[in-house]
Design a protein around this ligand. Sequence first.
Ligand SMILES: *[C@@H]1O[C@H](CO)[C@@H](O)[C@H](O)[C@H]1NC(C)=O
Ligand SMILES: *[C@@H]1O[C@H](CO)[C@@H](O)[C@H](O)[C@H]1NC(C)=O
Ligand SMILES: *[C@@H]1O[C@H](CO)[C@@H](O)[C@H](O)[C@H]1NC(C)=O
Ligand SMILES: *[C@@H]1O[C@H](CO)[C@@H](O)[C@H](O)[C@H]1NC(C)=O
Ligand SMILES: *[C@@H]1O[C@H](CO)[C@@H](O)[C@H](O)[C@H]1NC(C)=O
Length: 480
Amino acid sequence: MLCLKENKERKTKRQSHCPWWRLPAMLVVVLLLVAVAAMSCYTFSSRRSYGYNPSLVSKSNTFQLQFLQPKPKNETHFRHNFSSSSTTTKQPNNEIHFQYNFSSSSTTTKQTSTKSEAGSQTKVQSETRSPYHNWELFATDFQDMMSNFKIYVYPHVYTNMDMDPFARIFLPHPNPLNPKLGNYLSEHMFKLALLRSSLITKNPRHAHFFFLPFSINNLRNDARVRSEASIAEFVAKYTRSISRQFPFWNASAGADHFYVCCHSVGRDAASRDAELHNNAIQVTCSSSYFQKLYVTHKDVALPQVWPRPYDVPLNPPHARHRLVYFAGRIQNSRIRQELIALWGNDSSMDVFHQRPSFPYEEGFRRSKYCLHVRGYEVNSARVSDAIHYGCIPVILSNYYDLPFANVLDWSKFSVVFNNGEIPFLKKRLLSITKNGYLRMYRNLCQVRRHFVWHEKPRGFDSFHMTAYQLWLRRSVHRIS
Ligand SMILES: *[C@@H]1O[C@H](CO)[C@@H](O)[C@H](O)[C@H]1NC(C)=O
Ligand SMILES: *[C@@H]1O[C@H](CO)[C@@H](O)[C@H](O)[C@H]1NC(C)=O
Ligand SMILES: *[C@@H]1O[C@H](CO)[C@@H](O)[C@H](O)[C@H]1NC(C)=O
Ligand SMILES: *[C@@H]1O[C@H](CO)[C@@H](O)[C@H](O)[C@H]1NC(C)=O
Ligand SMILES: *[C@@H]1O[C@H](CO)[C@@H](O)[C@H](O)[C@H]1NC(C)=O
């Protein structure tokens, strides 16, 4: 309730545009500066000072919120279990990653450089064919990131159930490869990979970014929270408690903080905290230019990845006999309904509004083009499924802010249609030449590695690609 009131107050102040309060406000800021400076000295002096005063945060009528003090001893205890589990659970069958035989990053670089020696025209050609906007620029900056980028995770990610009744909201998922996680894999894998990555720092003074480790998917599945309104309230309270107990939030008004979600109920998670949705970075699967609380260029599009088996051999282009594949529910989507009505009976396409007679995955293997058609959200796992199985994604989802679009040139390995073009779907796909298709297929094979999560991140996988998006958004000005 407290936070709601404060928000309302803030809103009315903003709306009134009164200049008179600015002077006292500046005085408050100056006082705050002093307080922040004092706080930070205190906090940096001892790790034990991280902690909550539960009385400040457990004033809710709807549910009891307590963020208890995480104890460093248990943190290391947990970390030990955490790292040891990574060595014991090395069953290749459980791990999602790919081997592909197409030119790796280094060979691409070589190709470009040899071609540039051969002549500027070939260079232009190789660049226009690459699935990257500018591979060399990206690869150099990426290396810079790998050496220098640091992310600090708030210690609630190391709590346990005995210490904090909401610990499960913050802990890494114990079994992220559980197929039941389905659409929400990316949210959990990001956290898991971050905790095992070399980008993590235990020293917040070295951090470029601060990670708020709550899980929207776990909030969704927690009977005490569940609804979208309660999730937003939980998240606002957590943010508020972070800003009281640590000096980092106030130092940038949250601009160097981020959270991750892949569940559609996460769309409004930041709605009860203006700083959270104005300043902090939302890393989300529901990345739509039309989403109320999604801010393009500030927020980051997260690829939605379905847990898929390890090392699937690709069906080569000549063995793909079907033109198009799509299978999905159509209740929530006018455009899917239009698709079924127009192409549901076409003999060269596999377009279904229910489960096909063959296994769902088989459709991706035997088709040249696989449709991603927006449903309730702009996103679904179909894009990364198509990429996983070597099927060219056809994206019918207006204003979907595609993942990594500032690095990847999506037009080189996918087809993006306007929703209104469904009647011309077949004609346009058939107008793509065989060589044009093969080029896209080769490019697709190059970018597959970006749509793969590893428990321990490596190379250019989804984790490092997403981290790179944060890296591009660093350099926040802080007031302490
Ligand atoms: C750490 O957590 C355990 C439960 O796993 C608890 O019994 C113990 O008291 C905690 N240790 C410390 C030092 O707080
Ligand atoms: C962590 O490992 C210790 C022994 O190394 C074990 O006693 C404990 O149950 C483990 N905890 C978890 C959560 O796996
Ligand atoms: C990939 O290449 C290796 C040798 O470079 C070969 O042994 C392997 O069979 C190839 N895999 C596929 C799927 O083509
Ligand atoms: C941060 O600012 C909020 C209000 O703007 C204040 O309540 C809180 O105490 C501040 N935090 C710190 C650590 O000074
Ligand atoms: C497709 O075929 C089914 C069954 O044969 C029929 O009911 C339906 O009307 C057809 N749809 C179109 C768009 O022709």
